[in-house]
Design a protein around this ligand. Structure first.
Ligand code: SF4
Length: 699
């Protein structure tokens, strides 16, 4: 079908081995929407079974979608698809970054950039509209992400956007990131860029994105969406009691309140009580520094920042002058995991003349800056948990050669000396010594250092499956719903659809009413008072995954979308789950219903499942992929599952939940492999044929 609006219409392909740069039409991929969908289609078509992530045959695809750059709310994410090095079977996975890289790609005229092969020497890719060249990166190779991004920006110009790897990516550390802008990191695929000798991509575009629909109708749609958005994670009630609000919830990210300031701004800026109708003040609602860094976050906050087309701004921009004493920039920007993950590596911080709360901000800012510059990925906090498991259980002393162990300044951890971060992350990024095994990811560390069964089954380690990825909105989020969602991906799930709805801050009775309208009232329960699996929960599970995949394909931010609920009492707190289809229809000129667009996302996720079976060489994903580590069933020994106050799962019930979910997805209920009938319904007959040829199709 000829593309009218939304998509740029062109995909850029760069073969680093041959230095050939070619272009192809996006039309071939339009059934896969964009972003994640294009990524999976390329991986299925082009990457042979059993390929290693660092092999020349692997691809890395930077994908954006038909809504990227249109101005649709929160549409500035870049989806990166490739084989994941830290996954033991090297499953296909995605990492995501915000900032302004995605929109610049669209303005340059591209829906995706496919990178293949391996450069003979370090290069960076320069994209200025149709002028695309490979440039010598020897001056940047060996440097961190901050200098690289600044250096390439200086060459290309201020309006360019740069995505780069640090030393961790160069050394093909499994846990490494690709960074862009001040604070946006995509975790997991930095080493793939490093293996291809690709240091960075710089992009600058002078074009625009065409909207197929009526201009005024588009503006009205965006304005209507602004009216129902909440704070970060679509939390729709404030964290404190406020005059305008019927409800409040202390865990809400709508933290703005009277007397709370951006304390390091050039002049006092009070976040204040921001009423829902004050759409020009949405950016004040999420005062994330006090959420991520505690009360002292206030005095260090200059402002909040974020991604293109996003009014919410969930990245705290801080000024932390104490970092200069360590030779580190005092200008720090990051969001939740960037600031949380240092707490895994150090357990507390001490800075002369500072209170504990202030030292907490300084220490975590230091950890975030150092990890970001080296380009080390925390694997959703697992890197730190593995480090302390190795210390606390005597492994570190046993596995590290004596000289190396003695050279590790562990006393700095005891003293709370934040310069420890510089030593720790350098060793990981440069693969110095045995300690660097930690950077390979949980599965590899456990295998090499001989962690026993107790490592996997200890609740505090938060490992969701034995494939080595941790919890990410798992059984705390509606019991088996979050549980099954967390089992379906090849890394931590990164799905916020269910989480944002369940923890929006609205009372359970209202959430149940909304659930009844979509999946059945019994889809959700009161928090930590969960009931067994049922069909409504299976529908909610499927919908949550499908919308997550849809957002990563369009591309929209899944920390905000979908708008299932709203802050508006006069709407009965209802949001609008049809908005994605309305935006897509208007942008592209192809009118689709909510159900039709969900079906496209279902196609993409079914292809992900087929890719997983193919790469694992498994005809039984229930057995080989979807099994949990055990603590989820054995936690809280004095409590039974389905009783108040526990998120404990039940083994038989989890199996039932898988069966019900497979049924919803049209997958073989025994094996969890997509059936031929379902693949045919989704126009994936070629995928069914290939699975059959490989002996992996079971029904
Ligand atoms: S909510 Fe945060 S991550 Fe999402 S688009 Fe906005 S700034 Fe970016």
């Amino acid at each position: 079908m000829a593309l009218k609006g939304g998509w740029a219409g062109t995909i850029l392909r760069v073969d680093l081995s041959t230095e050939q740069i070619t272009r192809e039409s996006t039309e071939k991929y339009s059934r896969y929407i964009g972003g994640m969908g294009i990524g999976y289609k390329v991986m299925w078509d082009e990457v042979p079974q059993g390929t290693h992530p660092f092999a020349e045959e692997n691809r890395i695809i930077f994908g954006v979608g038909p809504l990227t750059g249109t101005g649709a709310m929160c549409s500035g994410r870049t989806n990166i698809t490739s084989l994941l090095p830290s996954n033991p079977f090297h499953g296909v996975s995605d990492s995501h970054m915000g900032g302004h890289f995605a929109v610049e790609m669209k303005y340059a005229g591209y829906d995706a950039v496919i990178i293949q092969g391996k450069a003979k020497r370090p290069v960076w890719l320069r994209i200025v509209d149709q002028d695309v060249t490979l440039e010598d990166a020897s001056v940047f190779w060996g440097d961190g992400t901050f200098n690289t991004i600044a250096g390439i920006t200086a060459i290309m110009g201020k309006s360019s956007q740069v995505a780069a790897i640090g030393q961790a990516g160069e050394h093909q550390v499994n846990l490494s990131v690709i960074r862009t802008g001040a604070s946006h990191s995509a975790g997991g695929h930095g080493g793939v860029m490093g293996s291809k000798n690709l240091k960075a991509i710089g992009v600058m575009g002078t074009g625009s994105v065409k909207i197929a629909g009526d201009r005024n109708a588009w503006h009205k749609l965006n304005k209507d969406t602004f009216a129902i958005v909440g704070a970060n994670n679509q939390h729709v009630v404030p964290s404190t009691p406020q005059a305008w609000a019927e409800y409040h919830d202390p865990s809400s990210r709508w933290t703005s309140q009277k007397g709370l300031f951006w304390g390091a701004a050039p002049y006092p800026i009070e976040t204040g009580e921001v009423r829902p109708e004050e759409v020009n003040k949405i950016g004040y609602r999420t005062m994330k520094a006090i959420k991520d860094l505690g009360p002292a976050g206030e005095k260090y906050t200059v402002r909040m920042g974020g991604c293109a087309s996003c009014p919410v701004r969930c990245h705290s921009h801080l000024h932390v002058p104490e970092l200069e004493a360590y030779g580190v920039s005092p200008n720090v920007a990051n969001t939740c995991m960037g600031f949380f993950s240092p707490n895994g590596v150090m357990k507390g911080y001490k800075v002369a003349g500072k209170t504990n709360d202030e030292a907490n901000v300084i220490g975590r800012s230091m950890g975030a800056q150092i990890a970001d510059d080296y380009g080390v990925w925390c694997n959703y906090g697992q890197l730190g948990r593995d480090f302390f498991w190795a210390i606390d259980h005597g492994y570190l002393e046993k596995v590290l050669p004596r000289d190396e162990y003695n050279s590790l300044p562990l006393d700095k951890i005891e003293k709370g000396d934040i310069s420890f971060f510089q030593d720790f992350y350098r060793r990981i990024a440069f693969k110095e010594g045995e300690l660097a095994t930690l950077g390979e990811g949980a599965w590899y560390v456990a295998k090499k250092w001989g962690f026993g069964e107790d490592y996997w089954s200890y609740k505090g380690n938060k490992l969701w499956t034995k494939l080595g990825y941790p919890v990410h909105h798992s059984n705390e989020s509606d019991g088996v719903v979050g549980g099954v969602i967390s089992s379906m991906f090849n890394r931590d799930a990164q799905c916020h659809t269910h989480q944002n709805f369940l923890f929006s801050g609205l009372p359970t009775n209202i959430l149940k009413e909304v659930a009844a309208e979509h999946w059945g009232a019994e889809a959700i329960d009161e928090v930590a008072n969960y009931t067994p699996a049922n069909q409504a929960k299976a529908k909610f599970t499927k919908w949550s995954i499908v919308r997550n995949v849809l957002h990563d394909s369009l591309t929209l931010c899944n920390w905000m979308w979908p708008m299932t609920v709203s802050p508006l009492k006069d709407r009965n707190y209802r949001g609008d789950t049809g908005l994605e289809a309305k935006f897509f229809s208007m942008a592209t000129g192809f009118k689709v219903s909510e159900a039709e667009l969900d079906e496209s996302a279902e196609r993409i996720f079914t292809l992900h499942r087929a890719l997983t079976a193919k790469q694992m060489k498994s005809s039984n994903l229930r057995r080989d992929h979807d099994q949990l580590t055990g603590w989820q069933f054995d936690m809280d020994p004095d409590k039974e599952p389905f009783t108040k106050g526990t998120i404990k799962l039940d083994r038989d019930d989890y199996d039932t939940a898988l069966t019900l979910f497979y049924r919803e997805m049209g997958w073989d209920e025994e094996t969890g492999i997509p059936t031929r009938a379902q693949l045919t319904r989704l126009n994936l007959e070629d995928v069914a044929d290939e699975l059959e040829r490989l002996g992996l199709l079971t029904a």
